[in-house]
Design a protein around this ligand. Structure first.
Ligand SMILES: [Fe+2]
Length: 161
């Protein structure tokens, strides 16, 4: 019988786990910021295309929540913890500040696209760096990148000429 004390906690080396945590943790923080700021934008948008933008922002929030979960659980699956406490997100997320209060939809869209672009920069760094560290983790970052770019398109299409 296998002695449980001899079973490794993860299937990867400590160096691989640390590298994955280094590049996926910022992704978790930026996506968590998108969840919070997405709701803020969802509540305060007004004006042209109100229903479309209001409802799309909720869809983007749901996507960001799912992707944050995927990235966080990849780190945990490799045996390391994630720090996505609210204070850590506020201090370290790269997403810019949203303007407080009600906004016309053009402003909401411009500000939220800036949120997505900040997160995309973080995600692209993860894609590039994980290429040499762990392809399974890189695949998660690629999926997030593809999804964020699609959500960005859906948002921008409301104001594109
Ligand atoms: Fe709502």
């Amino acid at each position: 019988m296998t002695d449980i004390t001899t079973v490794s906690q993860t299937s990867v080396s400590p160096d691989v786990a640390a590298g994955v945590a280094q590049f996926l943790s910022p992704v978790v923080l930026d996506l968590t910021a998108l969840v919070v700021n997405g709701k803020q934008a969802h509540w305060h948008v007004r004006g042209a295309n109100f229903v479309g933008v209001h409802e799309l922002l909720d869809t983007i929030v749901a996507h960001a929540q799912d992707w944050a979960d995927s990235a966080a659980e990849r780190i945990v699956a490799l045996g390391l913890p994630v720090d996505a406490r609210l204070s850590t997100v506020a201090a370290n997320a790269t997403t810019p500040q949203l303007t407080a209060g009600f906004q016309q939809s053009e402003v909401t869209i411009a500000e939220f696209v800036a949120q997505i672009d900040a997160a995309l920069t973080t995600v692209k760094t993860a894609v590039n760096e994980l290429d040499a560290i762990d392809l399974t983790s890189q695949d998660i970052a690629i999926e997030i990148s593809r999804g964020l770019e699609k959500d960005r398109w859906f948002l921008v299409a409301h104001v594109a000429k």
